[in-house]
Design a protein around this ligand. Structure first.
Ligand SMILES: [Zn+2]
Length: 106
């Protein structure tokens, strides 16, 4: 089986599992929690596979839904929603919010 097909199956698996837990969140985390299907055996030690500076393939096995590791996932593409864009445009212009020191016993 090709690596590309495995990565597609891994993404589909993560999406199914995330949908299960999103549905549980909608239920207000009420008991019982959902039982996610077991991860298929051939997807368990799937490697990142990105090209490193040395020219070899990355061998990290801790990969995200995009099937890349934390170093090769790519940069953030920025805010998507209009509210997020407005929030990010205000960076550097707003005063810092007052910190909460409730955890300090006086
Ligand atoms: Zn990697």
């Amino acid at each position: 089986m090709s690596s590309l097909e495995q990565r597609k199956r891994l993404k589909a698996y993560y999406q199914r599992t995330n949908a299960l837990f999103a549905e549980w969140r909608e239920r207000g985390y009420r008991y019982p929690p959902p039982r996610s299907e077991p991860m298929p055996g051939d997807l368990r030690r799937l490697q990142c596979g990105a090209k490193t500076k040395a020219g070899t393939a990355c061998k990290q096995i801790a990969i995200y839904i995009n099937s890349r590791c934390k170093w090769h996932g790519g940069c953030s593409t920025g805010p998507k929603t209009e509210a997020g864009k407005q929030r990010s445009a205000m960076n550097g212009f707003c005063r810092k919010k007052a910190k909460s020191y409730r955890w300090i016993k006086l």
